[in-house]
Design a protein around this ligand. Structure first.
Ligand code: C2E
Ligand code: MG
Ligand code: MG
Length: 453
């Protein structure tokens, strides 16, 4: 009895130790190797490859918009998805390759013992392919896309940590290249990544140093040619980079989360400015402000806007928030915020209409006051028959739904006349006036005569 007891005791202890050692090397949720085992396997693969004159690829993989799943379907669904993703990846690699989960939605693969770089590209293709099938999670079919970055040992570097960093940088490029794709690492990417870090830093201190300002572009009514409002457009006058256009820094501000404080500054500044123009004798003017998707993924957007309105003593109907079609595709959380702000009287417009994910059902489901026809459709009217038809159709459809239409990027008299003839409500573009600093806009308000059709 004593002997048996001891044996059992030893067996249990050994099991416990095995379990502990397993946990130390595996990710609990997916059962995949964790960072420490990944590092071991990578080192081993590098040693073998060096000895046998073969290659190793490190693939960094990130789920596109995983955060959306967590936010909209809950963490349980997010966890299930990560498990299924792990299984699919495991199914896509050869025996002897290692699929690991490093953290969150970041997975890595070590492709050991490769003869050609092409082998890595083939794996990447295969992974993209297995992700074309939806995942059934929480009673829904989720389409999840991935971005992959690939780096090769020994061609790119001989150091395992640098391999991981290279693959991460390349993955980031893949995301920028439009997601659902893969990219091989190039040294040029490191240069870009370093530049990005520099610009991110400059953005941060730029906000503290007051390097941002707003320009305002008039929105002109088609009935009477008066200025009925303006769009606030962000400008960055950087001490390090000079004048940087919004398309060059807004994506970075979005990725780094800086858009939250920057966007709040824009709303406050635009509201305060509008108040000045109301007091100066133009109390009907409406201010349009652009918002990013990121700002809707945080629950204080409604508070930020209410705060800016009350600080400037403005009525909500004098503020129009420009959102993109992709914001409407975000799900329930966004819907709630939109309806809440709309109930308080804030107006909404869809910016760049026609270029996004257009689902016309959005127009019914969301409290939209205005559509802004994207410049790309305005550019070639009236000569391009297709664009002319699209613009005409947008105007007719919007009006049937009780929605107003602003044409963006109107540059010529012909465009203006055509849009006029189709019943467009308002226009914005260089044909009228370019975006102006606040002082010049004030002067314009005092002195302009109505714009002819
Ligand atoms: P958007 O909201 O569609 O703004 C209109 C853009 O078209 C502005 O470019 C404006 O200067 C330009 N534009 C106006 N009329 C004409 C025209 O007749 N011809 C041409 N070729 N262009 C015209 P801008 O100021 O460079 O802004 C670019 C984009 O940056 C904006 O597009 C908007 O998406 C984004 N943006 C600007 N300010 C903000 C901001 O405060 N927050 C966010 N989230 N995005 C902003
Ligand atoms: Mg806009
Ligand atoms: Mg636009």
């Amino acid at each position: 009895v004593v002997l048996l007891g001891i044996t059992r005791d030893i067996t249990e202890r050994r099991r416990a130790q095995e379990r502990l050692s397993y946990l130390a090397h595996h990710d609990e949720l997916t059962g995949l190797p964790n960072r420490s085992l990944f590092n071991d396997r990578l080192q081993q693969a590098m040693i073998d490859a060096a000895r046998r004159n073969r290659l190793v690829a490190v693939v960094f993989l990130d789920l596109d918009r995983f955060k959306n799943v967590n936010d909209t379907l809950g963490h349980n669904a997010g966890d299930q998805l990560l498990q299924r993703v792990g299984e699919r990846l495991q199914g896509a690699v050869r025996r002897g390759d290692t699929v690991a989960r490093l953290s969150g939605d970041e997975f890595t693969v070590v492709l050991a013992d490769m003869a050609h770089v092409d082998d890595a590209a083939r794996l990447a293709q295969k992974v993209l392919e297995v992700f074309t099938q939806p995942f059934s999670i929480a009673g829904r079919e989720l389409f999840i896309r991935v971005s992959l970055g690939i780096t090769i040992y020994p061609a790119d570097t001989q150091d395992s940590q640098t391999l991981l960093r290279n693959a991460d940088i390349a993955m980031y490029r893949a995301k920028e290249a439009g997601r659902n794709t893969y990219q091989f690492y190039t040294p040029q990417m490191t240069v870009k990544a370093v530049e990005r870090l520099g610009m991110e830093h400059a953005l941060r201190i730029g906000l503290e140093r007051g390097e941002f300002l707003l320009h305002y572009q008039p929105i002109v009514s088609c009935r009477g040619g008066h200025i009925i409002g303006m769009e606030a457009l962000l400008r960055w006058n950087s001490a390090d980079y000079g004048l940087v256009p919004p398309i060059d820094f807004i994506p970075l501000a979005e990725d780094t989360g800086l858009i939250l404080s920057l966007g709040a500054w824009v709303v406050r500044t635009a509201c305060a400015q509008l108040r000045e123009w109301h007091v100066a004798g133009f109390p009907e003017l409406v201010m349009s402000v652009n918002l990013s998707v990121r700002q809707f993924q945080h629950n204080d957007i409604a508070k930020t806007i209410a705060g800016a309105l009350s600080a400037a003593s403005l009525l909500p109907q004098h503020l129009e928030l420009e959102i993109t079609e992709s914001i409407l595709a975000q799900g329930e959380e966004v819907t709630t915020v939109l309806h809440e702000l709309s109930r308080r009287g804030v107006r909404f417009s869809i910016d760049d209409f026609g270029t996004g994910y257009s689902s016309l059902s959005y127009l019914k489901r969301f409290p939209i006051d205005t559509l802004k026809i994207d410049r790309s459709f305005v550019q070639d009217i009236p000569d391009d028959a297709d664009d002319a038809a699209i613009a005409t159709a947008i105007i007719a459809m919007a009006h049937n739904l009780g929605i107003e239409v602003i044409a963006e990027g109107v540059e010529t008299d012909e465009q203006s006349r055509f849009l006029h003839s189709q019943g467009c409500d308002a226009m914005q573009g260089f044909r009228f006036i370019k975006p102006l600093p606040a002082e010049q806009f004030s002067a314009l308000l005092q002195s302009y005569s109505p714009f002819p059709a």
